[in-house]
Design a protein around this ligand. Sequence first.
Ligand code: NAD
Length: 436
Amino acid sequence: MSSHASTPAAGSAHTLPSYLQADNLGPWGIYLQQVDRVTPYLGHLARWVETLKRPKRALIVDVPIELDNGTIAHFEGYRVQHNTSRGPGKGGVRFHQDVTLSEVMALSAWMSIKNAAVNVPYGGAKGGIRVDPKTLSMGELERLTRRYTSEIGIIIGPTKDIPAPDVNTNGQIMAWMMDTYSMNVGATATGVVTGKPVDLGGSLGRVEATGRGVFTVGVEAAKLTGLAIEGARVAVQGFGNVGGTAGKLFAEAGAKVVAVQDHTGTIYNGKGLDVPALLTHVKANGGVGGFAGADSMNPGEFWGVDCEILIPAALEGQITKDNAGKIKAKLVIEGANGPTTPEADDILHDKGVLVLPDVIANAGGVTVSYFEWVQDFSSFFWSEDEINARLVRIMQEAFAGVWQVAQEHKVSLRTATFIVACQRILHAREMRGLYP
Ligand code: NAD
């Protein structure tokens, strides 16, 4: 080995390019802080830790489209592959007016962590377009999606990097992405994206997968902490795909969903809401507001509701230093990505609230995306029962491993998940070695 190995030089932590440095606690800064926190636990693998502090590859693309009124509009798009040591890049595509390269970098890094935490054979990636899709017609949205896919087509592919839906993207957008990629390569390549409609190589069980994963890790944590699910009071923020499914499964297991908040209102019923009726109401009305079987509540009171289990399943940055102190739950299960700020995390930890972090709690979605990809490759599709059983097994095993590390090192489950994931990624990096 070179005697210069320990000399700070180009490529060391001291010379991170400016765009990689954390000048504030935006998402990338939070991620770097999380990596620093686990570095002391990485043993000899700490030698490789810099690899986690830089994305492997980041592509910025110009996405020009002709609007319906005949003008040409340009949008900025990104695809970042944070790490591919354990397998191809994997992660969603977000269409949002506030998307930035730095945010996509952080989201891609969290995908590396999440995929390693549940031990699916992927690296981490993420993409996005800085656009408010609500301002576009269907035709414009399709042209935007297809041009973006063509532009990032040089780095994605079924064995290279596999996008999926994220904020404001869905099965239809995945179908357009799959078709565009397939047209460009001259063959139908269903495995280039996941989260596709079932008739186009999508997987059964994908829609409910994230909520089912949230429920599964919640049940495991409850067992380990002596909390009975039967009769436990549950509060859920966000009653969409993730929160609605998790709420339904907890209610089916005998818990009482007492409070739900979404963008249309906050509702409460101390005896337990009728969850199937609430899901029907949400489907018909677009939100929980106006649901007959509950009282409406001041939104600010939601976080202080008497409950044992709290599930943030809506947006980022919801549990903050201003409301964390009010939380009465014993267990917080992060269905959403990044719902708890680092200051709030510390407050909850000091109060003895157990937080099941996003990087493990909401990994059910990517786990079934992995099943979708495997099924596409083999062109053989599994039953929903088979998918759910495999999902539950993976989530239980992953959670047990993280729990053990948390006990061993006396650290939070978030830090433990990072330890497990970073070790897996860096071990793969070490075994592969540096090329050339
Ligand atoms: P969704 O669009 O189906 O539901 C979002 C919910 O959040 C809706 O009930 C909406 O009313 C609510 N909401 C929006 N703004 C709100 C506000 N200001 N206050 C309170 N509630 C508000 O989305 P989803 O797929 O359920 O995703 C929810 C979260 O889970 C996101 O953070 C997402 O990134 C994360 N996540 C989703 C998946 C997945 O497979 N769907 C996987 C991993 C993580």
